[in-house]
Design a protein around this ligand. Structure first.
Ligand SMILES: *Cc1c(COP(=O)(O)O)cnc(C)c1O
Ligand SMILES: [Zn+2]
Length: 555
């Protein structure tokens, strides 16, 4: 245990030593308390101490409420990679976009931080039976660590939790209790059950080890951004301008702000990031209260979202604390997006960045798009998005029709004729009949982005040209069904290409989508009238928007 650790009551300020099994303030009875450390002492030794430790959650032990690392419990939590989101950044015109990939935790969500630290603290306190209520991921993660710690776990789950997640909880040996009702109702039943049996129950954001675990995200981000971008302006470590996360109870951002505040107080970073917390529109009590500038949220009694992970209808005091922390540091925003926007984000994250995420995590990315378009997030700012969890398996309503092509071929023994059958079946898939598209741009990054958009979401035969002259030759030779054309190019620009193609009846009618980084004057727009079918601004379209235009023009 860090020798200088104590807890401070958020209501009366009373300070006591930290004891896991005594969650309430002995003076006023409040359950809302926070851990404090001797930050000056830690700041002095930390950089040297950290240099020799592995990149995992235990490296921050001086600021964790534990006697020490629990290496019997560990499954390799923390130390998740920070990944640059190149394509998404280009599509949004926001180049400094980073993804904290919390899917890479042992049970594939960022709840692993909370679970390992809390279970370690329970173990130190001699607890061997524990109760939780969960929207899914907390139960999965606590189950894994309870198994390693030999703690009997009772998990109360709302019936909204996908069956695949319930089975995942059960396989670890946790007793699953399914409540046909909302998450808030499941919490009430769990609490009553724990009370009757005299068992400890997870108190969410009131559980000190939970908040302390979440703040390690900030510590990792500061170290990782420093490695990627160099130190802050006046400090050895760097903080991002924004931290974006989807929220249900709001524990993540509360911990993350606390973490950055500690680094700030220790002189390690020069700012605390603005926070963007995103909810699902059908269950957005915090977003509503934030917009109305209220410091308490009105509970949503019957959540209307398919995203069960985010179905906390009554955030209670957690909202008030989150809001207060945001206002006391750098501010930010709490907003919401629809289920449809989140499902759409799942597609472009997987297809454009190689990240398959669960709907709850996608809510943060859909929120990013919304906030960039509203100019709340500025294009020069450094943005970190917490990719909070992986979906496994892909839930049925996400993919829609036509995502697989089946090839069936006859089974008549002879190897040769089997092969012929396969080839005949392949030709039915129509690989030789794909629409032909020419991509014309002098910037290789843009060509790569457009190519990726088209190849990931449809079947096309693609051609590329790097300047106007090449483009004209290419079009005359290959007769594509569609041209995606840049305007500003060396040698021969996009306007000249259009003029040249108009001259021959062979090429005059090929539809053109102009994709340009340039703000066009009315005269320039006039010049293109009658030539092009669509105009798209670089840095301001998402992959599926370009694709919708392509599909409409090819029809
Ligand atoms: C728990 C969870 C959230 C919400 O986190 P809070 O900070 O507790 O509101 C978001 N995404 C995923 C995948 C989660 O498991
Ligand atoms: Zn008190």
């Amino acid at each position: 245990m860090p020798s200088n650790l104590y807890v401070e009551c958020l209501d009366c300020g009373h300070q006591t030593p930290f004891t896991v099994s005594k969650p309430a303030c002995p003076k006023c009875g409040s359950n809302w308390r926070e851990a404090r450390y001797d930050y000056a002492a830690v700041a002095k030794d930390w950089p040297a101490l950290l240099a020799d430790r592995p990149f995992d959650i235990w490296r921050y032990q001086e600021l964790l409420p534990l006697q020490g690392p629990n290496m019997e419990l560990t499954l390799g939590e923390g130390g998740t990679p920070l990944i640059r989101a190149n394509n998404l950044g280009m599509m949004l015109g926001c180049p400094n976009l980073y993804v904290k990939d919390e899917r890479q935790g042992p049970t594939a969500s960022f709840k692993d931080r909370q679970a390992v630290i809390t279970v370690a603290a329970l173990k130190e306190a001699g607890v061997n039976e524990f109760v939780i209520a969960s929207t899914g991921n907390v139960a999965i993660s606590y189950s894994a660590y309870a198994s390693r710690a030999s703690i009997k776990l009772w998990a109360f789950l709302t019936s909204l939790v996908p069956a695949a997640k319930m089975r995942e909880v059960a396989i670890y040996g946790t007793q699953v209790i399914k409540i046909t009702g909302s998450y808030d109702q499941a919490k009430k039943v769990a609490s009553e059950f724990a009370h009757q049996r005299g068992l400890s129950i997870d108190q969410g954001a009131r559980t000190i080890p939970c908040i302390e675990a979440m703040k390690t995200i900030s510590f990792e981000l500061a170290e990782q951004l420093t490695r990627l971008l160099g130190p802050g302006e006046t400090t050895p470590w760097r903080a991002p301008d924004w931290y974006i996360q989807s929220v249900s109870g709001g524990m993540g951002p509360i911990g993350v702000i606390k973490g950055f505040k500690e680094l700030f107080d220790m002189g390690l970073v020069d700012k605390i990031p603005k926070v963007a917390a995103l909810q699902a529109e059908g269950c957005a009590p915090m977003a509503h209260a934030w917009k109305q500038n209220r410091d308490t949220a009105i509970p949503v009694l019957s959540p209307r979202t398919h995203i069960a992970t985010l179905a906390t209808g009554d955030p209670g005091r957690t909202y008030t604390i989150l809001r207060q922390k945001m206002l006391e540091s750098s501010g930010g925003v709490i907003d919401s997006v629809s289920d449809e926007e989140a499902f759409r984000a799942m597609h472009y994250l997987a297809k454009m960045e190689g990240l398959s995420v669960e709907p709850a995590a996608a809510v943060a990315f859909a929120g990013l798009v919304k906030l960039v378009r509203a100019s709340i997030i500025k294009s020069h700012e450094t943005v970190v998005i917490n990719c909070t969890g992986h979906t496994m398996p892909i839930e049925r309503n996400i993919l829609g029709e036509g995502w697989s092509r089946d090839i069936v071929f006859p089974q008549d023994g002879m190897e040769e004729s089997q092969e012929e059958g396969l080839l005949a079946a392949l030709s039915k898939v129509g690989i030789d009949r794909f629409p032909r598209i020419a991509i014309v741009d002098d910037n290789p990054e843009v060509r790569r982005l457009v190519r990726r958009i088209l190849q990931s979401q449809g079947n096309y035969t693609l051609f590329e040209a790097t300047n106007g002259r090449e483009a004209v030759e290419l079009v005359q030779r290959e007769h594509p069904n569609l041209i995606i054309l840049d305007l500003m190019m060396p040698e021969m620009d996009g306007y000249a290409v259009m003029d040249e193609l108009k001259k021959s009846p062979d090429t005059a009618d090929i539809p053109i989508i102009v994709v340009t980084a340039k703000e066009l004057t009315p005269a320039e727009k006039d010049r293109m009238r009658g030539h092009i079918q669509r105009l798209m601004q670089k840095g301001d379209f998402m992959s599926d928007e370009l694709l919708d235009e392509v599909r409409a023009l090819l029809r």
